[in-house]
Design a protein around this ligand. Structure first.
Ligand code: SF4
Length: 154
């Protein structure tokens, strides 16, 4: 229903809400979508700028979202660090940083170039389905032999 910023702007907050009401913080997100669409129309000719600084200048867009967009569109490899990536990176000993930015930096250094684009998905899916927050399924884990946090290890 809104495949351009101009159409998103025309929908307005109340028009967007029914489509996103099942997700968390949908009112704030609807508000940010309209505000971002307005900036895109007024300042960027209705196109989404594919530069990190410009993206992060849009309402509701932080480093993580900008990384997802840039990575998925093949503009630059980036590892968006969400709660799953953060946890799995620590358990596997790939990172020790205390903030998402530090962990991102460590992962970018640890993961070789050819795998960076996909590493983001692998880490998220591993965290969502195997290396669960409360009860990691170490018995079903394909990388248990490499993991210093495996259940039962010292
Ligand atoms: S062995 Fe356990 S803690 Fe380590 S990555 Fe696998 S599921 Fe996570």
């Amino acid at each position: 229903v809104a495949d351009t910023p101009a159409k998103m702007l025309a929908l307005g907050e109340e028009g967007i809400i029914p489509y996103i009401a099942s997700i968390g913080l949908f009112r704030t997100k609807a508000k940010n979508l309209v505000a971002a669409a307005r900036i895109l129309v007024e300042q960027y000719g209705g196109e989404v700028p594919l530069e990190r600084e410009a993206l992060q200048g849009l309402p509701g867009v932080g480093r993580k979202t900008a990384s997802v967009v840039l990575n998925e569109l093949g503009v630059e490899p980036a590892i968006a660090v969400d709660t799953h990536v953060f946890r799995v990176a620590h358990r596997l000993g790939l990172a020790r940083g205390k903030t998402p930015d530090q962990v991102e930096h460590e992962l970018m250094a640890a993961i070789p170039d050819p795998w960076r684009t996909r590493a983001h998905h692998w880490l998220i899916l591993h965290g969502r389905y195997v290396c669960l927050a409360r009860r990691p399924r170490c018995g079903d884990c394909a990388v248990a032999d490499l993991c210093p946090s495996k259940a039962g290890s010292a």
